[in-house]
Design a protein around this ligand. Structure first.
Ligand code: ZN
Length: 510
């Protein structure tokens, strides 16, 4: 093992590592003099508990596939991976000295995030790190990124890219929006038409395709290695035109439906027909077998009720259960699906729309995702807390990263925001600061309305997603915006090296 002397590095003047630039930033970071280089192979690694350490991740993402050898004595190891029970969940302690590198964590997540920190601190194309001591842990327990694969289809490779990005940004949830009016993307063996037809109802080149169950198993494994839980979403009863095009009998009138180019139509799943309820429960059964996630997202947003008002089956259901109106029918329908998940030991997540008005009771395995800040302010958040439901904060101001920085297609001026807005004025961040244990954290979202294709995703996300992950992860006060903005600029070339390109941060230079 060759050790590089600090003095030599100063003299050479060619190596510059700014170890203070990490996004999201750690709770505590202390710089030390000197460097640690791993240039002899195989790299000797001591692993106290192999079940808690994803070694393949360490090797492929942090060590550029350098040969490694696990050894049984920490004292002789270049890298020491040790369990320390007192470290908070998902937290880690990393110390890099001139002779070795040591990571301590209490769980697998802690090791994963320590590896992601090493990935950002690693000098370009070299197994070389500046000496540093870091103590770190997350501020919130739910840190999510949502991708809409319904309106636009993305390849499995692209899905992996964004699962990896989420882990790199120390998130732990990949919320996968899998069904929309414009496409049903998840293979369901019992109802093959859902994908055979429903995955190809859009007109665009990038609106064709679906994920086979084999693809999904591979993605679940890939995510699991990176401490990412994939939370799948089947939107119901609205945003269902692709499913209704595949099986028209699932709607109120059994008729062929129009596929929306943008937005949604009045054609939704029928809440009165037993057959529709049965099919949707079958779909959930297959999803529960595919996704180990304890959470399944059932949508519930933007449900026009015209058809339910006219449908004899829906009206019969309302009468049978003494429901006052179609909002209560949606609550009954949502409760029915959530109870089905409860039997399988899973929790159901709904968009905030379901609790704008109270009524028919939802079961206790429900989580509310607050989104529509623009038109309803914090109504869903407050109602959820009043009713005792946990909340995930995704207020569209400023977590909807599909809202561009400058107007674009259907996105007018009032649906734009910049890096400073996201960092300094995010209602979701403010909500998580209430320290209410029911407020679990935040999810930022990339909807693909109006044709946000694969190649456009990065520039919508970056750099604004860095403000959001800083809010989700950083344990402590946020740095002033100017300081954060400088870090964002310093990290640009690193993110580019990792395959992510920055888009606009501001309409004009601030
Ligand atoms: Zn109906």
């Amino acid at each position: 093992m060759k050790r590089i002397l600090f003095a030599l590095i100063i003299l050479s003047g060619i190596i510059r590592i700014n170890a203070q630039t990490l996004i999201p930033s750690p709770e505590q970071l202390i710089m030390a003099e000197g460097y640690f280089e791993l240039d002899d192979t195989p790299i000797r690694i001591y692993v106290q508990d192999k079940r808690l350490v994803p070694m393949s991740l360490l090797r492929t993402e942090m060590l550029e596939n350098t040969d490694i050898q696990t050894i049984s004595h920490p004292n002789k190891a270049d890298i020491r991976l040790q369990i320390e029970k007192g470290i908070p969940a998902e937290g880690y302690r990393l110390s890099i000295t001139s002779n070795y590198m040591e990571i301590k964590a209490a769980d697998k997540a802690g090791f994963v995030y320590a590896f992601q920190t090493l990935r950002q601190l690693r000098e370009k194309n070299k197994n070389l790190w500046k000496n540093v001591s870091i103590s770190d842990r997350p501020r919130t327990k739910w840190r999510g990124f949502m991708l809409d694969s319904g309106r636009q289809y993305q390849s499995v490779t692209t899905i992996k890219k964004y699962i990896d990005m989420a882990s790199m940004l120390k998130m732990n949830i990949f919320h996968w929006h899998l069904t929309e009016g414009l496409g049903w993307r998840i293979e369901i063996k019992k109802y093959p038409q859902l994908t055979q037809k429903g995955a190809f109802v859009g007109k665009g080149k990038e609106q064709q395709g679906f994920y086979s169950q084999e693809d999904i198993r591979e993605l679940v494994r890939y995510a699991e290695e990176r401490n990412i839980t994939i939370v799948p979403e089947i939107d119901m009863p609205g945003h269902a035109e692709a499913a209704l095009a595949s099986y028209p009998e699932l709607g109120c009138f059994g008729l062929p439906v129009e596929i929306p180019r943008t937005g949604f139509t009045k054609n939704i799943f029928c809440a009165g027909k037993e057959h529709t309820i049965r099919v949707l429960k079958d779909v959930l059964d297959e999803m529960c077998r595919l996704f180990p996630s304890p959470y399944i997202h059932l949508g519930g947003d933007e449900v026009p009720k015209e058809n339910w008002n006219e449908c004899p089956d829906c009206q019969k259901r309302i009468a049978e259960h003494g429901l006052n109106d179609t909002h209560n029918l949606q609550l009954w329908f949502s409760a029915e699906m959530a109870k089905h998940l409860k039997k399988k030991g899973k929790k159901a997540i709904f968009w905030g729309d379901v609790i704008y008005k109270t009524g028919y009771p939802l079961p206790d395995n429900v989580i509310i995702q607050w989104w529509n800040y623009r038109s309803q302010k914090d109504l869903a958040l407050r109602n959820a807390l009043k009713l005792g439901y946990p909340v995930v904060c995704s207020s569209n101001y400023y977590n909807y990263l599909n809202f561009p920085v400058t107007p674009w297609r259907g996105y007018k001026e009032n649906r734009t925001f910049d890096l400073r807005d996201a960092y300094t004025r995010n209602p979701s961040y403010q909500a998580t600061q209430e320290n209410n244990p029911l407020i679990w954290g935040m999810t930022c979202a990339l909807w693909t309305d109006d044709g946000v294709t694969e190649s456009m995703i990065d520039q919508r996300l970056f750099p604004r997603i860095l403000a959001l992950t800083e809010q989700m992860w950083h344990y402590g006060e946020l740095a002033p915006f100017e300081v954060f903005h400088q870090r964002v600029n310093e990290m640009k070339s690193w993110f580019e090296k990792e395959g992510h390109s920055y888009g606009q941060a501001f309409t004009t230079t601030p």
